[in-house]
Ligand binder design. Structure first.
Ligand SMILES: Nc1ncnc2c1ncn2[C@@H]1O[C@H](COP(=O)(O)OP(=O)(O)O)[C@@H](O)[C@H]1O
Ligand SMILES: [Mg+2]
Length: 234
C-alpha cells in the first residue's frame, strides 16, 4: 500500500536549533495513529516540517507518493494532508464562514463542502457571520476541524486538538474523530490526553528528543495506558 505520509531520516531546524534528529514515520490510508511524547520533544515540529514552517535540512518527505522537496502549507493540502494546528489558529479578523472557506482553497473534490460541515457542526452555521475568534474554545476547535475538512483530506494531522477543552467537548470531538476515521480518513493524533488516544488511535508512535523511540499497538487496558504514560510524564 502506498503510504499517505512518509518521513525518512528527517532532520529539521529552526534557524540554528536542530530539533528533529533522523525522524522516520509512516501513515497508511485509513490508519489511526497517535504521536505522543513530552512537551518540547518536537511533535509540533513534525507538523511544521511537513508544512515548511520548520526547515527540512536532511531526509525526505513523501505525501501520497509525491516527494515534497520544498514543503509548503498548500502543497500538503493539495496532496491530501490537512492540519488542525496546535492552538487552532483561527484568523481573528475573519468570520466563522470566511475561516471555513480558507480551508477550501485547494479545490480538492470530495464529500466535504460548507453545507456538509454545517451539518456536522450546526453551531458553526448559527455563528457563521460572527468573528471566528468570538467563538468558545470548543467551537473554535470545531471550526479548525471543519476548515481542515474543507480540503477533502485523506489524512488529517491533529495537533493537541483537545488542549484546554472541557471533558464534554473532548467527548464530542472524540466521536467526530472516530466518525471521520470510520469513513476512511486517516488520522495522526498528537495528544497528551491518553483517554482520547485510547478511544481514537489503533497504533502509537512515541517521541523523545526529536526522534521516534517506541511504537506499538494502542492497548486501552490499565496496563496499556500506564505503558503509554511513561512516554508523556516527566
Ligand atoms: N519557532 C521556533 N523557533 C525556535 N525553537 C522552537 C520554535 N518552536 C519550537 N521550538 C523549540 O523546538 C523544540 C520542540 O518544540 P515543539 O515541536 O513545539 O515540541 P512539542 O510539540 O513536542 O511540545 C522545543 O525545544 C521548542 O522550544
Ligand atoms: Mg506541540
Amino acid at each position: 500500500m502506498r503510504p499517505l505520509l512518509e518521513l525518512q531520516d528527517v532532520n529539521a531546524f529552526y534557524g540554528a536549533s536542530h530539533i528533529l534528529h533522523g525522524l522516520s514515520l509512516r501513515v497508511d490510508p485509513g490508519e489511526r495513529v497517535a504521536l505522543i511524547g513530552r512537551n518540547g520533544v518536537g511533535k509540533t515540529t513534525v507538523v511544521n516540517t511537513i508544512l515548511g514552517l520548520a526547515q527540512l535540512r536532511a531526509g525526505t518527505i513523501h505525501i501520497d507518493g509525491h516527494r515534497i522537496a520544498h514543503p509548503r502549507p498548500y502543497v500538503a493540502a493539495q496532496y491530501g494532508v490537512a492540519v488542525v494546528p496546535q492552538g487552532r489558529r483561527i484568523v481573528a479578523n475573519l468570520t466563522v464562514e470566511e475561516n471555513l472557506l480558507l480551508g477550501g482553497a485547494t479545490h480538492r473534490k470530495g464529500v466535504w463542502n460548507r453545507q456538509a460541515i454545517y451539518r456536522l457542526f450546526p453551531i458553526l452555521q448559527e455563528r457563521a457571520h460572527t468573528p471566528g475568534t468570538a467563538l468558545s474554545g470548543g467551537q473554535q476547535q470545531m471550526l479548525a476541524v471543519g476548515r481542515a475538512l474543507m480540503s477533502n483530506p485523506r489524512l488529517i494531522l491533529l495537533d493537541e486538538p483537545t488542549e484546554g477543552l472541557a471533558p464534554v467537548i473532548v467527548d464530542q470531538l472524540a466521536d467526530i474523530f472516530n466518525r471521520l476515521a470510520d469513513q476512511g480518513t486517516a488520522l495522526l493524533l498528537i495528544e497528551q490526553n491518553l483517554s482520547l488516544v485510547v478511544r481514537v488511535a489503533h497504533r502509537y508512535l512515541a517521541m523523545a528528543k526529536g526522534a521516534i523511540v517506541a511504537r506499538g499497538e494502542v492497548d486501552g487496558s490499565p496496563d496499556g495506558i500506564q505503558h503509554l504514560e511513561r512516554h508523556i510524564l516527566l
